[in-house]
Design a binder for this molecule. Structure first.
Ligand SMILES: [Zn+2]
Length: 159
């Protein structure tokens, strides 16, 4: 796993610094700019990550995108399923629905970054724990708990 990652990194480095000293193509430059822009957004979200949990300002869209990208990366939804995460003002802090193989997680957009992160992990565990004939309402049993634990640890890089 780490070997594969290393190989991927050095491949990307070759694109940035062509070995033959030629000028990168416009498409390559555009691709690099796109990657850089994404990294800058991630960095801004990451900086927000360290704000105090007592900060009452609502989670920003950039922070939310970072969280969703991150959890999707470390804990992909079940094979063949997709999961869309949206934020709207809602009476519920968060809830998850499923239509065929498409999950939708909705989170109250007034929540702080800290609250949003916790609700996202909670709802993501519902996606991972989803079983046929198991209605979501009131479904926080041992199965969900195991998935919650896994999602929490993976999200926070604890395993
Ligand atoms: Zn729940």
């Amino acid at each position: 796993m780490s070997k594969e990652r290393k190989a991927e990194t050095s491949k990307e480095t070759k694109i940035v610094e062509p070995v033959d000293g030629s000028t990168p193509s416009a498409a390559t430059l555009e691709s690099i700019q796109g990657q850089l822009s994404k990294l800058q957004n991630n960095l801004r979200a990451f900086q927000g990550h360290f704000r105090s949990s007592r900060d009452h300002t609502p989670c920003t869209s950039a922070e939310f995108r970072y969280m969703v990208d991150h959890i999707r990366n470390v804990c992909p939804p079940p094979k063949g399923c997709t999961c869309t995460c949206v934020r709207e003002e809602s009476e519920e802090t968060g809830f998850t629905t499923k239509h065929r193989k498409e999950f939708t997680i909705q989170i109250d957009k007034r929540l702080t970054r800290y609250e949003t992160e916790h609700v996202l992990i909670h709802e993501w565990a519902h996606v991972l724990a989803w079983r046929p004939h198991h209605p979501l309402s009131g479904d926080h049993g041992p199965d969900w708990g195991v998935w919650y634990s896994l999602a929490y640890r993976k999200y926070h890089g604890l395993e």
